[in-house]
Design a protein around this ligand. Structure first.
Ligand code: KG4
Ligand code: ZN
Length: 342
């Protein structure tokens, strides 16, 4: 009997049906990208309202596509942290309503741990523990010593902007669209990643696994428009491609330096990556190349499992199989305490 997973942490309304073997029977994602594009970022109140409109149709569609009926659902899983509180509450309310109406268990899961579990969903037994896990998304960029599916020790991560947030802001500076990652990736085609010198803060500091992206964004801003210069048209043509490629390369180098250090420190022989930024071809290629250089295995989810989705809610099976049930007092938590395990 399968579980129904629900995901509303940010701006995707998603539901999936997953059986005990972690086989995804259906996965539906309703993106709000078009709604938030005009603000070049997610507007929390707008996101909550859009979730309210979409949550029931998305759940119904996930159940319909699974070929099952709601009666067949054995448990409900819902992402409860981290995320926008208003958005999280929409998913939690829907999950509780189903759990209460059908008297089935409800289990909350951590969205960040789930991003890494996407590797388990996609690659099954090739996902092994312990490993080094990198989650790079719009709200978070963290490195973990992953001791088990729900046993993650945070080793470091961004001290300011998340990597995806940096892509989104850089995209806006370059006059490109939202979300920024795919827009920059497209604009960088044919660009020279060494055309502009951009900073890679903390990369050479082997004492820390922390990273920083805000200086990179500021440096790009001054390249696009030097201080005190009059506002001109956004960059275009080869200059745009070179700026986009140089930014992308600097972001990838910043991340990669710390992935390398995390591997050295932990001695792990597997690197797993997840989150929206893991959809980036330059980052994927760089991590694969690092794996080849060091003789390590690298697991990367397919693109559809990198950006937000509910199929990664398969992680809830890890607790359901132990008989755990959070019950109807389950609540949401906006942030992940960096010192705590998710
Ligand atoms: O994991 P995700 O879908 O949502 C959050 O949990 O935040 O990540 C969204 C982020 C956005 O900032 C988006 O710009 C970035 O992932 N992203 C990418 C790419 N696709 C999405 N960044 C770089 N390259 C991409 N191809
Ligand atoms: Zn995410």
């Amino acid at each position: 009997m399968p579980l129904l997973a629900i995901e509303t942490t940010c701006d995707e309304t998603a539901a999936a049906v997953i059986d005990r073997s972690r086989t995804v029977l259906s996965s539906v994602v309703a993106s709000q990208e078009a709604i938030h594009a005009r603000w070049r970022g997610v507007v929390p109140e707008v996101a909550s309202r859009a979730h309210v409109e979409r949550i029931i149709p998305v759940i119904e569609e996930a159940i319909r596509r699974s070929g099952l009926e709601i009666r067949a659902i054995e448990a409900v899983a819902v992402a409860v942290t981290p995320g926008l509180v208003g958005s999280l509450l929409v998913g939690l309310s829907a999950a509780k309503a189903i759990a209460a109406a059908r008297s089935i268990p409800i289990v909350g899961y951590d969205h960040i741990a789930a991003h890494l579990y996407a590797c388990r969903v996609a690659h099954r037994d090739r996902m092994r523990y312990p490993c080094v896990g990198l989650v790079a998304s719009g709200g978070h960029t963290s490195l973990f010593h992953v001791r088990g599916p729900i046993d993650l020790v945070r080793l470091g991560g961004t001290i300011d902007d998340a990597a995806g947030e940096a892509f989104d802001k850089a995209s806006s500076l370059l006059g490109l669209g939202y979300p920024g990652g795919p827009a920059i990736e497209r604009a960088a085609i044919g660009g020279d990643p060494r055309a502009f010198r951009l900073p890679r803060p903390l990369s050479a500091d082997t004492d820390t696994l922390d990273m920083s992206f805000s200086g990179l964004k500021t440096a790009l801003r001054y390249l696009v428009r030097p201080p005190h210069a009059a506002e001109g048209p956004p960059p275009s043509g080869q200059r745009l491609a070179d700026l986009a490629a140089s930014f992308e390369q600097a972001a990838v180098d910043t991340i990669l330096a710390k992935v390398r250090l995390a591997v050295e420190r932990t001695g792990c022989d597997l690197i797993a990556i997840g989150g929206g930024v893991a959809a980036n071809a330059r980052l994927r290629a760089a991590v694969e190349a690092l794996g080849a250089e060091l003789g390590l295995e690298v697991l990367v989810p397919p693109l559809s499992l990198c950006t937000d989705n509910a199929a990664m809610g398969a992680i809830a099976w890890e607790r359901l199989e132990r008989g755990e049930d959070d019950g109807l007092s389950l609540d949401v938590r906006a942030g992940t305490d960096r010192k705590q395990r998710p």
